[in-house]
Design a protein around this ligand. Structure first.
Ligand code: FE
Length: 196
């Protein structure tokens, strides 16, 4: 059953974060390997968590740790869709499953304004990290103009419930933001009878 790939990833992060003393750099290092194994195959994401919306990008929760130490989310981008500039307040790993994701990173200058520090283009299998320590502010978009793209993100908390900020422009003025999720449903990782 291909959904086992997602369960293996969720269990890998659960095991990793059971060591509460692990520094963020180690979480990102080992977490990158776990996410990399998940996105190495594009055969496991259920169709209902891969569905784009014509109006807006979708963020489907795929798994949330029972202690909310991490969450796994699929971002589904229709052609031309993008996020506002935003922060996370926790570590995050962004990996591409299908298509292409573009990201523009920002840093806050001494005056508080936001300055673009580079643009990246991620292809299937590529992974980028964010966190308040290494750079936490970016805007993300579908790198393709003619079809949907899908990226799988892992965050160091229940990202849809975290109070964070969006920035309407590069003047750096934050507006409070809680993203929520695009669906009430979760994939069922636990019916192992189907694998027998
Ligand atoms: Fe982000």
């Amino acid at each position: 059953m291909p959904i086992a790939r997602l369960r293996d990833c969720a269990q890998g992060f659960t095991r990793l974060l059971s060591d509460e003393t692990l520094p963020e750099a180690s979480i990102l290092h080992h977490g990158r390997a776990l996410l990399s194994a998940l996105i190495a195959h594009d055969d496991w994401l259920p169709e209902s968590f891969a569905r784009p919306d014509p109006q807006r990008y979708r963020q489907y929760l795929l798994h949330c740790d029972a202690l909310e130490r991490f969450s796994i989310v699929s971002f589904v981008w229709g052609p031309g869709q993008r996020t506002p500039i935003h922060d996370h307040t926790v570590w995050g790993l962004v990996g591409v499953l299908r298509g292409e994701e573009g990201a523009i990173g920002y840093r806050q200058t001494a005056s508080g304004a936001l300055e673009a520090v580079g643009e990246s283009r991620l292809k299937p299998g590529d992974i980028e990290a964010v966190s308040p320590r290494i750079g936490d502010i970016h805007a993300v978009f579908n790198g393709l103009t003619d079809r949907p793209s899908i990226s799988i993100h892992v965050y160091g908390g229940n990202i849809g419930a975290i109070r964070r900020s969006v920035f309407e422009s590069t003047n750096g003025r934050p507006a409070p933001f809680v993203s929520g999720y695009s669906s009430l449903d979760l994939p069922n990782l636990w019916d192992r009878s189907l694998e027998a």
